[in-house]
Design a protein around this ligand. Structure first.
Ligand SMILES: Nc1nc2c(ncn2[C@@H]2O[C@H](COP(=O)(O)OP(=O)(O)OP(=O)(O)O)[C@@H](O)[C@H]2O)c(=O)[nH]1
Ligand SMILES: [Mg+2]
Ligand SMILES: [Zn+2]
Length: 309
């Protein structure tokens, strides 16, 4: 049978099979996947083939299908091994709030860079539109315009008032979405608004706050009743700190990409070089200041304060 991994504990895997049923499975014997050096051979999101063994009453995974994409957490030790958080993600949803808490553009841009690098489309979901004052509404409008101009899909919702939730459902239908965002932006509230049978506790402190580099966090896939799947990511921290090659960074900024070839030097880093088309575009207002500043911060390797996650 074929199915999809919905949960993994490291030795056991939960599979949602074609027949709609759930199976607990193990790996059969020695199981190796070519070309991937990761601490976990199978991740949430993987499509697998498995056998049902009557005798032992167990399911055994025999094959893993090629992945469309996957996101990894970089290694914390010297083994150079990485941990695959999830695979075959159709889109990433980043939940953003203007206040309570405020989401910085630094955070948003880092997230977008990771998604570009992993080839995962992104949807920016602006939540809590029911609480904003006029000033915050203006800020929201500016942010939305900034990201829509670059080409990112944006949507404004209120999880609590259930505003625009139908449109969000439409965007998510038949897809596997990874949901991320600062603590307190309303990820759990949104999942409840999308599917009230989920009953996830709101305001609950999620795992990502249990700081510490070596704690292993496993992603879990939820099936939503309107016909969608979602992964409440175990920590944007890992995802957001995508280990990029600095020379490639501007390629992950779609708004910079079109200027890169017009720079005087073909190895231009767009920091201090003369004849830089990117800097010129920033001066002209064709590239937003905030985007360029965040680009420079990423180049500098300025890691965001951990509390910002
Ligand atoms: N007014 C208003 N409050 C909201 C909305 N969405 C969420 N909240 C509130 O914001 C707080 C945090 O919501 P959660 O859903 O727990 O946030 P979270 O993103 O899941 O946070 P973590 O699990 O810690 O990452 C709760 O008190 C919610 O009631 C909204 O659309 N409007
Ligand atoms: Mg939550
Ligand atoms: Zn340049």
């Amino acid at each position: 049978m074929t199915g999809r991994i919905t949960q993994s504990t490291g030795s056991w895997y939960e599979i949602e099979a074609e027949d709609g049923k759930s199976y607990s499975a193990k790996l059969r014997g020695k199981f190796k996947i070519k070309g991937i050096k990761s601490t976990n051979p199978i991740a949430v999101g993987d499509w697998v083939v498995f056998d049902w063994d009557e005798k032992s009453n167990n399911a055994f995974i025999t094959e893993i299908k090629e992945r469309n994409n996957y996101i990894v957490r970089r290694s914390v030790n010297l083994s150079k091994q990485s941990h695959i958080i999830a695979s075959n993600i159709d889109q990433a949803i980043v939940v953003i709030t203007i206040s309570q808490p405020r989401t910085s553009t630094g955070f948003i841009d880092r997230f977008l860079v990771s998604c570009e690098a992993y080839h995962i489309p992104v949807v920016l979901v602006f939540n809590k539109i029911d609480i904003y004052n006029d000033k915050e509404k203006k800020q929201l409008k500016i942010l939305r315009q900034l990201y829509e101009n670059i080409g990112y899909k944006c949507i404004e919702v209120s999880a609590i008032k259930k505003t625009n939730i139908e449109n969000l459902k439409f965007i998510m239908t038949s897809k596997l979405s990874l949901i991320s965002g600062h603590s307190g932006v309303g990820k759990s509230a949104l999942i409840n608004a999308l599917d009230n049978s989920k009953n996830i506790r709101i305001g609950e402190i999620s795992n990502m706050h249990k700081k510490g580099k070596h704690t292993t966090t496993y992603a879990k896939m939820h099936k939503l009743e309107f016909g969608a799947h979602i992964i409440d990511s175990p920590g944007i921290k890992e995802f957001g700190l995508f280990d990029f090659n600095k020379a490639d960074l501007s390629h992950y900024f779609p708004d910079m990409r079109k200027y890169i070839n017009k720079c005087k030097f073909n190895n231009c880093t767009h920091i201090h070089e003369p004849g830089c088309a990117v800097k010129h575009a920033v001066t002209n207002g064709e590239i937003a200041e905030s985007r360029y500043t965040n680009y420079l911060n990423m180049i500098d390797g300025k890691e965001m304060n951990i509390d910002e996650y």
